[in-house]
Write a protein that binds this ligand. Structure first.
Ligand code: CA2
Length: 144
């Protein structure tokens, strides 16, 4: 059976493509989901793609990719939840959080993340799936 990877998107990411295209690009969250589904399929992974304005749990995850959005910079609760998870975590940001306002430069979530991908636009999600696939030993097709 295919391993399941969770992609969790934090608050307000449903607004992607509607505002601030100079920071976040023009792709919508539906476009991000489409990209993630095709990338996951290439790696033989099942995908749960969620957007929530609240915290989410992912009990059956073989691995987890999270864009915690604004919670990145505020939430010890999300950090604790990720530390309690027995699966590798990758943190993704569409924008480069290190080159924006000073309050965005600190991430609580990074302490629980094996890898942080920031500033690659929505392609960062596809890279995260590839890296997670390698970490969890997914059956990636030869030509991805
Ligand atoms: O760059 C990212 O992916 C962020 O996680 C996005 C968060 C921001 O608070 C983080 O510092 C960096 C914002 C999510 C809301 O996204 C919007 C997109 C378009 C219009 C309004 C909000």
């Amino acid at each position: 059976m295919a391993k399941t990877v969770y992609i969790l998107n934090g608050p307000n990411l449903n607004l992607l493509g509607t505002r601030e295209p100079e920071i976040y690009g023009r792709a919508t969250l539906a476009d991000v989901e489409k990209l993630c589904r095709s990338t996951a399929a290439k790696h033989g992974l099942a995908l749960e793609f969620r957007q929530s304005n609240q915290e989410a749990r992912a009990k059956k995850a073989a691995g987890l990719i999270i864009n915690p959005a604004g919670y990145t910079h505020t939430s010890v609760a999300i950090l604790d939840a990720l530390l309690a998870l027995d699966a590798p975590v990758i943190e993704v940001h569409i924008s480069d959080i290190q080159s924006r306002e000073s309050f965005r430069r600190h991430s609580y979530v990074s302490q629980a993340a094996r890898t942080v991908i920031s500033g690659e636009g929505i392609d960062g999600y596809a890279r995260a799936i590839g890296e997670l696939a390698a970490m969890i030993g997914a059956k990636t097709r030869a030509k991805v």
